[in-house]
Ligand binder design. Structure first.
Ligand SMILES: Nc1nc2c(c(=O)[nH]1)N[C@H]1C(S)=C(S)[C@@H](COP(=O)(O)OP(=O)(O)OC[C@H]3O[C@@H](n4cnc5c(=O)[nH]c(N)nc54)[C@H](O)[C@@H]3O)O[C@H]1N2
Ligand SMILES: Nc1nc2c(c(=O)[nH]1)N[C@H]1C(S)=C(S)[C@@H](COP(=O)(O)OP(=O)(O)OC[C@H]3O[C@@H](n4cnc5c(=O)[nH]c(N)nc54)[C@H](O)[C@@H]3O)O[C@H]1N2
Ligand code: SF4
Ligand SMILES: [Mo]
Length: 701
């Protein structure tokens, strides 16, 4: 007898509601839930992969240990003991920093993991913590901390009410939105146009989002900071600055006047490729439209001046009166708010041992991970814990990182697949996942264009003896403390109390603390979720800074402006090509390539402008050799006028070489873009990886 189950898709930030027909054991169909309060039936092709992941015979169900004769299944108890023994012995021998941790993206899409992983990681007492944050949204968090006082107080564009949206370095038609949870973003963007509004997209490639915009401007990769400074210049030059009600709630405004003096649109045009008159008109229209917002994402934060760009995005929204206003750049009011529970953030409390890059919010940049493993000396990383991540494919200089992992004394991956990273581990701990887990999107509800709340129960029982991520972390923590002889009576008591709290109970407590009088029980009665209304203006109450002021001009920015000035004054047109990334509709970073239906129409090709191909003596397609400071790859290319001359684009997440148990992917392995991205090419301010705008050389082959 078919049954119906409602849940939220955990594969991207859009939080689409799904209706799943099943027979108690197998999925019959997955469709968009028309009654979902937030997504109203929207779904993308990836949702069907939830069935494929659930059924995938290659997904690990039991821990495996690497032996001379290959991977061997071992019982959970032994696996947890072997892992903690190895971690404890590393710590005793070399000190606590000798154990490093990398946390990957799916942790954020898993309420059990996000609520319990920090508890285990904290016990390791290591400074060598890394995550996908520093190949992603670190500049957003950095600026949220400096300007508003909390690393998670990140404003989002209120696209449901805006009349003028500038999209800078994002491709939401394909990515479905990021730091902007907005299911069916295509429809939401169309609604802007239907109410007479306008969308402008600025990107080095004419993307799927450009095609849905009213205006598209090509910009040279990595030059956004100059365009944004020019916009600031125009605001002051044309008397368009409206600080309005924020006058008493800010500091630093007076000093902003001169910042952009030298960056008039006429002066920055050569470097950005944007016509001065076009930029002046755009800035005026942005400032003069009552409900307008400037949104910047991956393309502008994972580049050489990512921090600066995100500072300017915030400043431009604030100075034009588009901050904390409907249709502008707004904070959300989530039902579960983790901000009061976690650290507001900090910067530079310690620095990476080898290169001296500062920690941000307790993490070091992933770009320094390999050198911290490979450079001998006190504090060298000798063992790694990788949780839901694939940094060999997802962080810069992947080939070097692979060697670094191979050089370790011990490595454990908490992962559902043997991928390019976990294959290097001694032990893999595979948790139950996807349809077998409950879900509350604690992070993405705080970044959603409407205040919403939804709890999904697990659809299927996890397989016999399997563990959820949270059980794995708790098991590790318990065994680790025991093995360290840190199991004092108080600790034992604290732990046994903590163990009474399953994620469901923790979520319930958090919901009850929230502003809407919600509980898990109430949410269970609303399987399509609850809409809690449009975003609300909430300044200055939403500031976490001690002085309750927005810091418009932080010291860190003053210092970094020198680096911008230097780049500007010494700029010479590039002789190299500039490499940028590209997301594809049927991918999810590196890990859905085992789903046959998602591999369809997907391929890992380099996009190249026809004029560039001609100059290189290439035809319309074939293979090309691409090299950078750190590596070289041979990859099929395609010519297209979509891409700016001088720029090439390649998707990430490919390059499944030699990974075992990724059957389908191994027949279409693709090439790893991160063998070209450079671990030394980072945004010096935040430490974020500059994976866009990477200089590369092209050769026919
Ligand atoms: N060049 C370039 N590089 C990039 C990017 C880019 O645009 N260009 N994008 C960057 C961005 S934004 C991100 S977020 C990162 C992502 O980088 P990572 O987070 O390092 O990698 P993912 O590819 O998301 O791999 C996630 C792993 O988690 C596992 N997994 C899935 N579900 C679960 C689960 O429930 N539990 C556990 N324990 N494991 C699970 C999968 O099997 C997979 O191995 O890549 C970054 N790298
Ligand atoms: N289908 C699919 N959806 C996904 C993912 C996926 O792998 N596949 N990953 C998810 C994750 S983890 C994330 S973080 C989000 C990211 O979601 P988005 O932020 O929308 O990221 P991208 O699609 O990579 O879009 C970045 C855009 O920036 C442009 N760009 C590159 N360099 C520059 C530059 O220097 N300046 C400017 N102005 N633009 C530049 C690129 O051409 C690209 O169009 O997507 C999520 N959604
Ligand atoms: S858009 Fe994202 S959340 Fe919605 S169905 Fe696709 S992958 Fe799932
Ligand atoms: Mo991401």
């Amino acid at each position: 007898m078919p049954q119906t189950h409602y849940r939220t898709c955990n594969l991207c930030e859009a939080m689409c509601g799904l209706v799943i027909e099943h027979d108690g054991k197998a999925v019959i169909s997955i469709k968009g839930d028309m009654d979902d309060e937030f997504s109203q039936g929207h779904i993308c092709p990836k949702a069907l992969a939830l069935k494929d992941i659930y059924e995938d015979p290659n997904r690990l169900k039991k821990p495996v240990k690497k032996t001379e004769s290959g991977w061997m299944e071992i019982p959970w108890d032994q696996a947890i003991k072997d892992v903690t023994d190895a971690l404890v012995s590393t710590r005793k021998k070399y000190g606590s920093d000798a154990v490093g941790v990398y946390s990957g993206n799916p942790n954020v899409h898993n309420s059990g993991a996000i609520l319990s992983a920090p508890e285990f990681i904290k016990e390791l007492r290591t400074k060598n913590k890394f995550s996908a944050t520093s190949v992603d949204q670190l500049p957003h968090q950095y600026m949220a901390y400096l300007m508003y006082g909390h690393q998670l107080q990140i404003p989002i564009p209120d696209i449901d009410r805006t009349d003028f949206l500038i999209i800078l370095g994002a491709n939401p038609i394909i990515s479905n939105g990021s730091l902007l949870s907005a299911p069916n973003i295509k429809k939401r963007l169309k609604n802007i146009q239907e109410r007479g509004g306008k969308i402008v997209n600025i990107d080095p490639r004419y993307t799927e989002t450009s095609a849905k915009s009213d205006q598209h401007l090509f910009i040279r990769p990595g030059s956004d900071v100059f365009m944004l400074l020019s916009m600031l210049h125009v605001l002051f030059d044309e008397n368009l600055v409206k600080l309005g009600r924020f006058e008493p709630h800010q500091k630093g405004f007076e000093e902003l006047h001169q910042v952009a003096d030298n960056y008039s649109p006429d002066k920055t045009a050569t470097i950005t490729g944007i016509e001065p008159e076009v930029l002046k008109a755009l800035t005026k229209e942005f400032a003069n439209t009552q409900k307008a917002v400037l949104y910047g994402r991956m393309g502008v934060c994972t580049q050489e001046f990512g921090g600066m760009c995100m500072w300017l995005v915030n400043v431009l929204n604030i100075l034009t009166g588009h901050f904390d206003e409907p249709g502008g750049y707004m904070f959300t009011t989530p039902a579960i708010d983790l901000k009061p529970q976690i650290s507001k953030g900090h910067i530079g409390k310690w620095k990476s041992r080898v290169r001296g890059l500062p920690e941000v919010g307790g993490e070091l940049p992933s770009s320094v991970m390999a050198e911290e493993m490979m450079t001998p000396g006190e504090g060298q990383i000798k063992a790694m814990v990788i949780s839901a991540g694939n940094p060999v494919l997802s962080t810069p200089n992947g080939a070097q990182l692979e060697k670094a992992f191979e050089s370790l004394d011990f490595m454990v991956s908490i992962d559902i697949y043997i991928n390019e990273t976990s294959k290097l581990a001694n032990i893999i701990l595979p948790p139950a996942t996807g349809l077998e887990t409950e879900l509350y999107d604690v992070i993405f509800h705080t970044l959603a264009v409407r205040n919403t709340s939804k709890y999904s129960t697990a659809l299927f029982e996890k397989s016999d003896g399997a563990k959820y991520d949270w059980e794995v972390f708790r098991g590790l923590k318990m065994a680790y403390l025991k093995s360290m002889n840190k199991m004092t009576l108080t600790k034992r008591l604290q732990l046994s109390i903590a163990h009474l709290f399953s994620p469901e109970k923790m979520l319930n407590i958090l919901l009850k603390k929230g502003p809407y009088d919600l509980s898990i029980k109430k949410l269970k009665q609303k399987p399509h979720g609850i809409d809690l209304g449009a975003l609300k203006s909430q300044m200055p109450a939403s500031l976490y800074s001690k002085d309750k002021k927005i810091n418009l001009f932080p010291n860190e920015i003053k210092i970094d402006l020198e680096r911008v000035k230097n780049k500007f004054e010494t700029y010479k047109p590039e002789r190299d090509f500039l490499l940028i990334g590209r997301r594809q509709l049927r991918t999810c970073n590196s890990w859905l390539h085992n789903s046959q239906r998602l591999l369809k129409n997907n391929s890992c090709h380099l996009y190249l402008h026809p004029e560039d191909a001609q100059q290189l003596g290439l035809s319309d397609n074939g293979n090309i050799r691409v090299s950078s400071r750190v590596g070289q790859i041979v990859v099929p290319f395609e010519t297209t006028e979509e891409i700016m001359p001088g720029v090439v684009s390649l998707p990430h997440g490919w390059g499944h070489k030699g990974a075992i148990k990724l059957d389908v992917a191994s027949t279409s392995p693709g090439t790893n873009i991160n063998e070209l991205t450079d671990d030394h090419f980072v945004d010096q301010l935040t430490g974020n990886a500059a994976i866009n705008g990477v200089p590369v050389n092209l050769e026919a082959c």
